[in-house]
Design a protein around this ligand. Sequence first.
Ligand code: ADP
Length: 721
Amino acid sequence: MNAKQNNANLGMEKKLAALQRRLERERQARKQAESILEEKALELYRTNEELRHLNENLERQVQARSKALMDSELRYKRIIESMELGLMEVDNDGIIIRAYDWFCDMTGYTSEELVGQKANEVFIAEDQLSTIQFQDENRKRGQAGVYELQIKKKDGTPIWVLISGAPLYDADNNIIGSVGVHYDITAQKNLQNELIKARQIAEQAQQAEKQFLANMSHEIRTPLNAVIGMTHLLFDTKLSPKQKEFLSILKSSADLLKGLINDILDFSKIESGQMEVAPREFDLIGLLKSLEKTFQLKVEKKAVEVETQIDPRIQNMFVGDDLMLNQILFNLVGNAIKFTNDGSVGVRVKVLKEENDDRLLQFEVFDTGIGIPAEKLKVIFEDFKQVSKEIKLKYGGTGLGLAITRRLIEMQGGTIWVESEINQGTTFSFTIPYKDAGRAAIIKNDKLPDQLTFSPKACKVLVAEDNMMNRKYIGTLLKKWEIKPEMAHDGQEAIELAKKQPFDIIFMDIQMPEVDGYEATIAIRNTQNINQNTPIIALTASALTREKDKAFSLGMNDFLPKPFAPIELLRCLNTHLSQNNEKETNCTETQQNNMEEVFTFNPKLDIDYLNDCYEGDLEYASDMFNIFLDFTLPEIEELEKTIATKDHDSIRKAAHKMKPAFAMVGLTHITDNMANIEQMAKESADISSIEHIFKETKKELNIFVPILQHELEKMKRFIEN
Ligand code: ADP
């Protein structure tokens, strides 16, 4: 063996040793890897196990939850079903997606019949569609709502349901439809309808009762009016003493009957709430004076003085219901005279409290008569109560007078009380709050009213009355005072006569066939004619407050309830004809004497504004009225055209330009309308509201233009004279 071979062997051995070492290393590494793998496999196994556990747990939980959910749904379903609430769900197109049992029972359908159908087509009648559409829109906007709806069942029967509707959301909060809870309210609705019907019937009955009352008042008073009227006339004819005696009995019985009917009617009016306080400006001193004079005439045959004492602080006009005050004082003074044989009766008035324009007045009606026993002082204010049977026998009456009086006083916010001593006398005291009108009352002529305070022959009177007896009565009375009235047999004839000649006063019966007194008054007041401003006095047998109010609101000046005594007619003539003579008048004879008088504008115009503006300069005023009628008035048409263009700026300018002209002729309220239009145009308001004001203004002008023309003529005549 040579060295070369030795070297080779040595090399091989080294390589082998190296290989063995590598093998060993690799074995070691594999072993390590195997043990790691084993470890990982174990870990994986453990994780797997945990996951399985978790899964099982989760499954159990899900099962438990869904059971709870199902339980809860079932519970609520049962609750809802047992609450008789019918649930139905629809999608956004109104297609039924679910109908619950009770809803099906309620409507007569099965769930299968309903699901997939359009709810509105199945249930809703034509006339209810708008309600449901409105609700559907709300639902889509996410708004819930509760409403009533009539739906039809499968067999066609309509039922009423109260629906509470709410939007239905999906998991992402999108609205996918709506759910409605339906509650059958058919029974309640039927009951409600029956109640409405019953109320309508009751209201109709009440209306009929009121109508009956008004008719009865008319029916009874008309013949009674004639009876009383005729007795007045008969007294003026030649009578034997026996006839005179019979006539006196006839008259006092008729008067008694009139009193009874008036009391009963007043009482039922108060009871049915038809009597209302109607405040207006009135002259308290004048009212008390005329009351005093009326009663002075009544006690002429008795040794009784009638006196009136007025607190010197009472100077002004007052605001309150003077008709009611008159009625109260008439009742109390009437009683005072009835129960007093000698001595005096009277009225005292004093101001109890003054604050700003509020005045609390205390009235005392005193007498020196028979008195009232102490134990009866309270009961006399009760309905139908009198002091004793003897009193009833001796003095008559219904026992209603004081009950009515008390109610009338309390309606006005006052109280009444009484103090009395047997055989010494009685004092009834009452308070009523009024407002001071802030201007002095005109002191009227103090003459007794049984004389005429004006020149009768010169005055022209128109009487419109359909009842022949009443015409004859009033005609004969007027003839006594040398007045020859023109007679109209109905409203139409009155209107025609009023167009032809000027009258100083018109007596207008309210209830006439065809054209009644109201309509005739409207025609006379609102159309251009010579009697547009003539005083019109309503004659009516019905003294209902609303009739009085209506009469005044239509422009009538006074109210003469039938049957009236001659003295009442006379008082009415004196009041209106002497007032008329004080102002402007149609009365031809007196006209010349009145030229010193101050010109007065028609009270329908803003007199204060006109007086301030012209300070009596009538030429200036008539020029302005002329300019207004000739130039301003046509501009109204222009304004109308401008409004039609809907151009706010032009409208504003036009209204602004016209605004002052109206006030210059006393139409301050139309100036206000123009200011409104101007302001609205400035704010670019809705054209329709501007048009509305304009329309109203035009209506007003139709009424006022004839008045302005009449005023212009009046001014011209006044200036000429
Ligand atoms: P009538 O209509 O019967 O007079 P009133 O209600 O007016 O009824 O009065 C009731 C009663 O009160 C009268 O019947 C009378 O007995 C009594 N009475 C009323 N006012 C007076 C008075 N001034 N003096 C005496 N008694 C009076």
